[in-house]
Design a binder for this molecule. Structure first.
Ligand code: HEC
Ligand code: HEC
Ligand code: HEC
Ligand code: HEC
Ligand code: HEC
Length: 191
């Protein structure tokens, strides 16, 4: 299992920045005096910047527009439509004035929401409000924090796969690009 993970990681890191590594190998074979490889975390930066630029160009978006999309606000449909009674009741003494206990409220409408054999801790216990706001948010998907920071509300612990993850942080790839926030069939809810 461990070996498998290592092999996987190795393939992963080579695949994710194959170009600079291959280029370097070719260059070092042909010419002498090619400087040694930069640290792993920086190795793909140039390649990554180019990829981002290409993606942005492909979508006819400026880098600024792409960034503002990440911080686009959102509003919950029943709230925007002023259907307050879909969630709030008259009796403040029962369920703190909600139609059902807080940890069961969201799945009243979001039926069969959890898909996959591995379920993320807070989702499994119905704590949707650990990451979401019920009414509206300055971020997409009613998130409490921007998509790049929402995981860090809880995950401050050091990663087992630390070396790999540090590289993504350097390159500001969101956790959600690889992990589903809710659940999945793959280990660690990998997409
Ligand atoms: C999708 C369900 C839902 C809808 C629709 C909804 N609310 Fe709420 N509301 C909640 C939940 C859940 C809380 C508790 C939030 C918490 O404790 O973190 C809450 C809290 C509140 C509070 C307490 C203060 C606060 O903001 O935390 C007020 C006031 C409130 N809602 C008013 C409204 C009004 C007015 C509407 C309609 C325009 C509305 N809500 C629609 C789910 C909803
Ligand atoms: C009364 C029904 C109802 C309840 C209760 C409800 N939702 Fe929703 N929710 C909706 C509807 C309707 C939509 C819009 C779905 C669509 O457009 O396809 C939605 C959309 C969402 C979205 C996507 C928003 C976006 O901008 O992409 C999130 C996130 C969400 N709900 C979270 C929650 C959470 C968290 C709770 C519990 C606090 C909750 N919902 C409770 C009806 C509900
Ligand atoms: C650990 C944080 C976290 C928890 C807990 C969480 N969510 Fe989410 N949720 C997210 C993130 C992040 C997104 C945005 C995903 C994206 O844009 O790819 C999202 C998106 C959504 C959406 C819109 C897109 C979709 O997948 O349908 C809905 C609806 C939603 N969540 C409902 C819920 C409900 C219901 C719960 C509780 C059962 C819940 N969430 C618990 C982080 C969380
Ligand atoms: C509200 C707190 C909270 C937030 C926010 C949160 N998590 Fe978690 N996460 C947990 C808990 C609790 C566990 C279960 C810990 C365990 O099993 O040891 C967990 C487990 C995980 C695991 C599986 C780890 C394992 O060893 O099985 C992954 C992967 C993960 N979270 C990713 C994320 C991602 C990605 C985000 C952001 C979208 C996120 N988490 C946001 C609380 C949180
Ligand atoms: C480019 C893809 C990618 C991104 C981005 C990513 N992860 Fe992971 N993550 C993985 C892979 C692959 C594994 C499995 C590693 C293994 O098998 O040892 C993993 C494992 C994990 C685990 C369980 C094992 C451990 O190292 O603790 C947690 C928790 C986790 N990720 C959280 C996060 C959080 C939080 C973020 C955002 C800061 C994030 N991941 C960003 C790919 C990613």
């Amino acid at each position: 299992m461990r070996l498998l993970a290592i092999v996987f990681l190795l393939c992963f890191s080579l695949a994710s920045c194959g170009d600079p590594v291959t280029n370097h190998k070719i260059l070092s074979t042909i010419f002498d005096g090619v400087p040694s490889l930069p640290p792993a975390g920086e190795m793909c930066n140039e390649y990554y910047q180019e990829r981002v630029a290409a993606e942005v160009a492909g979508q006819d978006m400026t880098a600024g527009e792409a960034a503002s999309l990440k911080n686009k606000g959102s509003s919950h449909k029943p709230y925007a439509e002023k259907k307050c009674r879909d969630c709030h009741s008259n009796d403040k003494n029962v369920n703190a004035g909600l139609i059902s206990p807080k940890r069961e409220l969201c799945v009243v409408c979001h039926i069969d929401f959890i898909k996959g054999s591995n379920v993320h801790g807070p989702v499994a216990v119905g704590d949707c409000l650990a990451c979401h706001l019920p009414h509206s948010s300055q971020y997409p998907s009613l998130l409490k924090e921007d998509p790049d920071s929402v995981c860090a509300i809880c995950h401050q612990e050091s990663r087992l796969a630390a070396a790999m993850h540090d590289r993504f942080v350097v390159k500001t790839i969101s956790c959600g690009e690889c992990h589903d926030p809710h659940a999945g069939d793959a280990r660690y809810f990998l997409k």
